[in-house]
Design a protein around this ligand. Sequence first.
Ligand SMILES: [Zn+2]
Length: 349
Amino acid sequence: MYHKIKTREELKEIVKRIKQESKKVAFTSGSFDIIHAGHVDYLEKAKQKCDTLIVGVNSDLSIKQYKNPNRPIIPQDQRIKLIAAFECIDYAFIFNETNNNVNIETLKPDYYIKAEDYKTSQLSSKPIVEKYGGEVILIPIKEEISTTEIIEKINMLSSIDTIETYQNENIKVIFLDRDGTINEEIEYLHSPEQFKLIQNALEGMKKMQDIGYRLIIVTNQPGIGLGYFSREDFFKINLHMFKQLSPEKIQIDKVYFCPHTITDNCECRKPKIGLIEKAQEYYMGKIDLKNSFFIGDSTTDIKCGQNAGTKTILVKTGKAGNDSKEEVKPDFIASDLLDATKFIEENSN
Ligand SMILES: [Zn+2]
């Protein structure tokens, strides 16, 4: 499989050689984030048109730029391995551009193959292909399967599960700050290696869940807005955290984060309640805020809980309330998340 993975420059020479043998070379491209049967049909049909099939795989950066800042799900090194493992594919390479013009100009394939949902007339690359005597071939797509739809289905199913279970009752939530409350405070925490759970955090969260509360994380992440780390880095840390929580059967329902900086003056940065409102919207207004808690290590967490109408607990971990940003008095002060459960139990309806 590895011998099929090349750079575009290497392929330029390989294509020249193949063409000298009077064999036909075809080129196509895609992001191939989560391979599905639609890809298989398409690529096999592409191979039927030629002797050698070369596939360009969009780099992570180019997908973020032209599709969605939160995609791809599968990183480029893995996507290209999957593509190279196809029997019908002869060569694969990664490219950074958001269109195929440079790929076509460099490789000059006999055929440039696209899925039929593109109108040939709208193909900006068509004149480039025809200029050197190449041909654009469109392949009809049999079934409408798309990675985006697969992802939407997963999201939809997970939300239905939650909403059905809680349709007829009020939901009690513990809103948790993340850094300094669950994990040790590190300024602009940006990699899983820096993530360390605070003592008793697991035990505390487990107990909160056992006595009937849903857990939702509400966190300010200005490091994203400041460019110190990416959304992707933030997601990786959360995934790392979930892996430590799941053996204990602790489930975080949702993670709401504000990626903005203080100067953005957004509606989601704590102590504003935009993120809690988002949670309330997701649970169709079923969150019983009066009987919910906000737990955090900073005065902005306490202020946020008060603004939203929850009970509040300051934990003496992380900043331990010494950030002096807000003049607030929490309902309770606890040494850590496990200690906090005492107040929750005593004040639980
Ligand atoms: Zn924000």
